[in-house]
Write a protein that binds this ligand. Sequence first.
Ligand code: AMP
Length: 467
Amino acid sequence: MSDNLYDLLASRFPADRTRHAFRPPGAPAVSYGEFEGLTARAAAALRARSVQPGDRVALQVEKSIEAVVIYLATLRVGAVFLPLNAAYTAAEVAYFLEDAEPAVFVQDAQAFLREAADLPPDLQVEPRAADDLAAIIYTSGTTGRSKGAMLTHGALAANALALHEAWGFSPDDVLLHALPIFHVHGLFVALHCAFLSGCPMVWLNRFDEAAVLAGLSGSTVMMGVPTFYTRLLAQPGLTREATAHMRLFVSGSAPLLESAFEAFEGRTGHRILERYGMSEAVIITTNPLAGERKPGSVGFPLPGVDLRIGGGEETGVIEIRGPSVFSGYWRMPEKTAEEFTADGFFITGDVGRLDPDGRLWISGRAKDLIISGGYNVYPKEVEVLLDEEPGVRASAVIGVPHPDFGEGVVAVVEGQGDEAAMIAALRSRLAGYKTPKRVVFVDALPRNAMGKIQKALLRQTYGDLFR
Ligand code: AMP
């Protein structure tokens, strides 16, 4: 067995290959045996197209089981998987294709597998070394060129094994999978935990509140972005009974509001386990499975991860080193060099602090830091207070150009309220320079598919507020 990630995953598939891998509600289940066979045929189809080890295989399709088959087939032939968000426009896709130069670009997974169905399965798994590339994940950067984070077989395997252990996965689990699979969360974190346990997944091609609630009764673990949890909270069907079968709810990809954590516990008795990760390192820290899960903290570094705060202050940019950290940005050696320290730590761009117990608390992205009148304002500090105000569902605090202060603090609030009253309420709890000068109420904050609030877009929209 080489270090090909496929070999590791397949070595954990259940000995009884009739066990289910995928359970899509309303459609026939797919067993591990069937799934394995499909990946071998899809591998044959890739080799028939002369895909060589190290070649890129790009995929832009809606979420489906077939897409997962093509992911594993890509690993089998030693090629590099390149998933693209189905929402990308033709112009955006053109950039990725030009940059990554894939040997194959799949736009219809079903058609690809129909073609593969006539081929004899190709059982030879290409030997790979731990430092060979397995995937390129383009970052969802909203400014500048999107960068392709290069992840190796070794990095993905190390992270998968660490999570499988940390979250106590076993063959008795059933994972509810409702996440997109063009992103590390649904693609690596969720799928690899399930495959390493050889357990079934309740498979939803998209998040739908009713389908998730129905799926929980036959599942034991769910992974979600915070918006999944806030949407579930809006459902009267979210109760202790509905979640009685569950052992674990995991959240990540964006900050989970403490109010959502508490409301979820109140309704279900479950304390959501929050973890922190990114395309460049998959998962970095996690709250404990057995110990206390603290709302607002993303927990402790995974075993093997060195994590420190740069800059010499208590709060600063999080720097990491460890087995799952990416090996650089595709074809951007200078950009890569800029984002690593001389002693090999990746500068994440997230700002945070470690408490005396070693737990990490994130206060936002470095580029979202506001400097108003020469003072640093960490948006999170203001957002936490805003979120406690009546009528506020969520908030985003940004800095926009201000004639006197350089940047003026602006709060964009999802919900309803009175601007002057809200400013007065905050002023009594915050220093003047941190208090928003304006509060804007909106029906919905702009979020991407992973539930991340698009602050760059908000800075554009409200850029003229003080001019
Ligand atoms: P992506 O590469 O698209 O997965 O985005 C990674 C970024 O998401 C990180 O750098 C963080 O800014 C953010 N993120 C992920 N998980 C969390 C979390 N639990 N709390 C706060 N921010 C998070």
